[in-house]
Design a protein around this ligand. Sequence first.
Ligand SMILES: *[C@@H]1O[C@H](CO)[C@@H](O)[C@H](O)[C@H]1NC(C)=O
Ligand SMILES: *[C@@H]1O[C@H](CO)[C@@H](O)[C@H](O)[C@H]1NC(C)=O
Ligand SMILES: *[C@@H]1O[C@H](CO)[C@@H](O)[C@H](O)[C@H]1NC(C)=O
Ligand SMILES: *[C@@H]1O[C@H](CO)[C@@H](O)[C@H](O)[C@H]1NC(C)=O
Ligand SMILES: *[C@@H]1O[C@H](CO)[C@@H](O)[C@H](O)[C@H]1NC(C)=O
Ligand SMILES: *[C@@H]1O[C@H](CO)[C@@H](O)[C@H](O)[C@H]1NC(C)=O
Length: 382
Amino acid sequence: MGFVLQSFVVLLCFTPAIVCQVTEFVSIDCGSASNYTDTSTGLAWTSDAGMMGQGKPVVVVNANVNSQQYQRRRDFPADSNKYCYTLKTKERRRYLVRATFLYGSPAAEGTYPKFELYLDATKWGTITISESSRIYVNEMIIRAPSNSIDVCLCCATTESPFISTLELRPLNLSMYATDYEDNFYLKVAARVDFGAQSKEPIRYPDDPYDRIWDSDLKKRPNFLVDVAAGTERINTTKYIDTNTREYPPVKVMQTAVVGTKGMLSYRLNLDDFPANARAFAYFAEIEDLGMNETRKFKMEHPYVPDYSNAVVNIAENANGSYTLYEPSYMNITLDFILSFSFVKTPDSTRGPLLSAMEICRYVQIATKTDEQDGTMTIPCLV
Ligand SMILES: *[C@@H]1O[C@H](CO)[C@@H](O)[C@H](O)[C@H]1NC(C)=O
Ligand SMILES: *[C@@H]1O[C@H](CO)[C@@H](O)[C@H](O)[C@H]1NC(C)=O
Ligand SMILES: *[C@@H]1O[C@H](CO)[C@@H](O)[C@H](O)[C@H]1NC(C)=O
Ligand SMILES: *[C@@H]1O[C@H](CO)[C@@H](O)[C@H](O)[C@H]1NC(C)=O
Ligand SMILES: *[C@@H]1O[C@H](CO)[C@@H](O)[C@H](O)[C@H]1NC(C)=O
Ligand SMILES: *[C@@H]1O[C@H](CO)[C@@H](O)[C@H](O)[C@H]1NC(C)=O
């Protein structure tokens, strides 16, 4: 059995056109009793038993998901200690760090856990559980400050801190560069695949970097509402050239939404905003336009002086159809409620098109104070 699973992983590595990074993935199943290979992805998951001596594994009562990763979690005491996992990194290499949380138990006396998540000394976010069977995903894009990072839990205000999974995914050199990386990390606030064919997110192996691309079909409160009339979903099976800076997966770029009445608009809430953000829009022309047809549009909202007057003509900007065009905004201030719209120019025969987008909030890096091995006591300012 072990041999069969191993061969499967090795085979994945030889898939043409996919750079094999699997061997560099770190996937920790917190609270798990054993190491295993997830047969749906071929990824090897490691139990945290050998690296975390604190807290205790807890069997999740009602995971409501099939993944083995969510059958157990690790609970930590609700005290004034900071509980840290140390992950090895290569200094100055960029990574996606992901921590996920599925509680899976009934609320104790009506309250779910609420606690803090840290990356080294930098506050990553407050984890507020309000649904027992929802997977709360937190992603941070970092350039590793040294040869290891600590992901820490602490400061529960209700119940006790816990964690389900911890993942480290190396990124390629060109990906998610910013002018501010000496001082800021990027916390992922939204990563949406428009025109998605199912409610399931797209991730590894479709995305060799294992980012999670949320489906626009997924219904959540205040997520992708106020959709303009005439919005239609389109798809293609043709290959899309995505070899630009961020390498969005081909599968994400094979679907899109188009505003057949001349406008595309959406509204969504961005947690922890207003804030300064790095934002990316991903476009690929996947309709075969006639010789006398054009698709030209502008971003009307939010109004950004240097960008809103620029006319997007995807095929021209990308230098061809079925090719990625990815304009990005290095530093844009966005509100808690993000409303955005693209509107066709008067001389365009087709309405606007959008394939995917990503919004990341800048998080100021707090300097690592001293060696934080395993557990340390910190004053909890709650
Ligand atoms: C799981 O894998 C880790 C890392 O390879 C190893 O240190 C540990 O002993 C393994 N645990 C079990 C239960 O096999
Ligand atoms: C990074 O991108 C370059 C250029 O496309 C490619 O040659 C290289 O294999 C990529 N490396 C990784 C680790 O994905
Ligand atoms: C994909 O597009 C075709 C038209 O090109 C349409 O008939 C089909 O329903 C679409 N599939 C999905 C899953 O959206
Ligand atoms: C972004 O722009 C704002 C306003 O100009 C500036 O204060 C801030 O330092 C810039 N960078 C980041 C990472 O927020
Ligand atoms: C484009 O040309 C075709 C064929 O010549 C014609 O049927 C169609 O109406 C034209 N479309 C537009 C928008 O002019
Ligand atoms: C656009 O594509 C054409 C044909 O493939 C090529 O000759 C040209 O150099 C490309 N231009 C740019 C700016 O990439």
